[in-house]
Design a protein around this ligand. Structure first.
Ligand code: B12
Length: 215
């Protein structure tokens, strides 16, 4: 089987939500020497984008979106160790979570993989994280950076709520705030007064490293 056939088969399986065959195609790809980043960026992520487009146009519904997400997650489990290794030296602590009301976490989890390989010790607060939990985690872990993921136009306002909660708790000056997720933009970052933004997981790690280096 050629590289393109593997990428196509992986795409179809994630799109169809077939976890078992998605895993098989990732394994086949790795065995045949396909670059792990190609499996991710040329196949798995485009498949999820297509899932989103089909959902938006009403051609598929929530259950289909969910089984595709599960296929993606199963395939990611196999791919993760090949994408990045946990670094041997720690450059800082990074607390991250998906904001209140938001249960999307595939993108957040990819950021975690890249942040760990860049040398961050990551504390993952999970999904649907209320302001109080961000505040408490910052008190407990005193991270260099707190990352907030928001994936819906309806949850992106939670970022502002969280920033206000940090200010209220007297913590805003002790931590840098990075934000991301599909509806988040650099302009939004400036508007709400966050310190960093990145459009994808690799950039998130790069920007975070630069933010720590700048102090
Ligand atoms: C999978 C999926 C789901 C799964 C989530 C499973 C899971 N465990 O994550 C399920 C089925 C549960 C789901 C539910 C819903 N979803 Co949904 N979902 C998607 C889908 C198809 C893929 C998301 C994804 O994983 N993308 C791939 C990752 C790699 O990309 P990413 O998320 O953008 O993350 C990258 C960057 O944003 C960045 N990043 C992420 N976090 C951070 C953090 C920091 C600090 C930084 C710097 C960077 C960063 O790096 C990541 C990696 O490169 C998208 C479609 C799409 N095109 O994105 C819709 C989508 C996001 N969902 C949508 C909707 C509407 C919903 C529901 C409201 C549907 C419903 N009617 O119930 C619910 C909401 C549930 C909730 N309360 O959160 C809409 C949102 C529309 C909008 N504009 O708000 C989308 C866009 C689909 C669409 N086109 O209509 N969904």
């Amino acid at each position: 089987m050629g590289e393109q056939e593997i990428l196509d088969a992986l795409y179809d399986n994630v799109l169809d939500g077939d976890a078992e065959h998605s895993v098989e195609e990732v394994e086949r790809g790795l065995r045949e020497g396909v670059a792990p980043t190609d499996l991710l960026y040329e196949s798995m992520i485009p498949a999820l984008e297509q899932v989103g487009a089909l959902f938006e146009s009403g051609e598929i519904f929530l259950p289909e979106m969910l089984i595709s997400a599960n296929a993606m997650k199963a395939a990611m489990e196999i791919l993760r160790p090949h994408l990045a290794q946990v670094a041997s030296t720690t450059i800082g602590t990074y607390v991250i979570g998906s904001v209140a009301g938001d249960i999307h976490d595939i993108g957040k989890n990819m950021c975690i993989v890249m942040l760990e390989s860049a040398g961050f010790e990551v504390v993952d607060l999970g999904v649907n994280v209320p302001s109080e939990d961000f505040v408490q985690a910052i008190r407990d872990h005193q991270p260099h950076i707190v990352g907030m993921s928001a994936f819906l136009t309806t949850t992106v306002q939670e970022i502002e709520r969280n920033l206000a909660a940090l200010t209220e708790a007297g913590l805003r000056d002790s931590v840098q705030v990075m934000i991301g997720g599909a509806p988040v933009t650099e302009q939004f970052m400036s508007e709400v007064g966050a310190d960093g933004y990145a459009p994808d997981a690799s950039a998130a790690a790069r920007v975070a490293k630069a933010m720590v280096a700048a102090g």
